[in-house]
Design a protein around this ligand. Structure first.
Ligand code: ZN
Length: 170
């Protein structure tokens, strides 16, 4: 019932919503609630890419209208039903910032399981700090941020909550 209402709010399942110049719709797009009572994006969970180059990490400045708009977090988004978390994170990073999957190596992952919904942080290491631009309306800016400067930015609460854990994976 809840899913049906959400689909109505977002348009029918057959009518993709337009984001920037990309027609983007996955079967995992939609809001849901976890067992801890939070509202989350991604019917099958979500995934993001924590990409390192030397002592910098790649962050997305989220559009003001988006969920937790104005904060900085990872490129990523909803998992589709048939995708692994790694595939979802890689696809989203490519769609949102044109990040080439051949430009980095995946080195680990961390699953933050809320019960009924989980967020997987996929950790990778990039050969170069390629300059990237947001390709969709979801992104104000994509920037390589020195880890020492992270505390100066308003971080997405989900990213902030797992940062001390996921930073140790790389
Ligand atoms: Zn939750």
């Amino acid at each position: 019932m809840k899913v049906a209402l959400l689909q109505r709010a977002w348009g029918t399942a057959d009518a993709p919503h337009r984001v920037g110049d990309v027609f983007h719709r996955g079967d995992g797009d939609g809001w849901t609630h976890c067992a801890q009572g939070h509202k989350h994006w991604g019917l099958y969970g979500a995934a993001g890419l924590l990409l390192w180059h030397e002592d910098r990490v790649l962050l997305q400045h989220r559009a003001l209208w988006s969920h937790h708009g104005g904060t900085w977090g990872l490129l990523g988004g909803a998992r589709n039903r048939a995708e692994t978390a790694e595939q979802a994170a890689q696809r989203e990073a490519a769609e949102e910032a044109g990040l080439d999957v051949g430009s980095y190596t995946v080195t680990g992952r961390y699953v933050d399981d809320h019960g009924g919904w989980s967020y997987t942080t996929v950790v990778g290491r990039a050969m170069n700090a390629v300059v990237l631009t947001g390709l969709t309306g979801e992104t104000l800016e994509v920037r390589w941020v020195p880890v020492s400067r992270l505390a100066e930015l308003p971080l997405h609460p989900g990213f902030a909550a797992t940062w001390d854990t996921v930073r140790a994976i790389a």
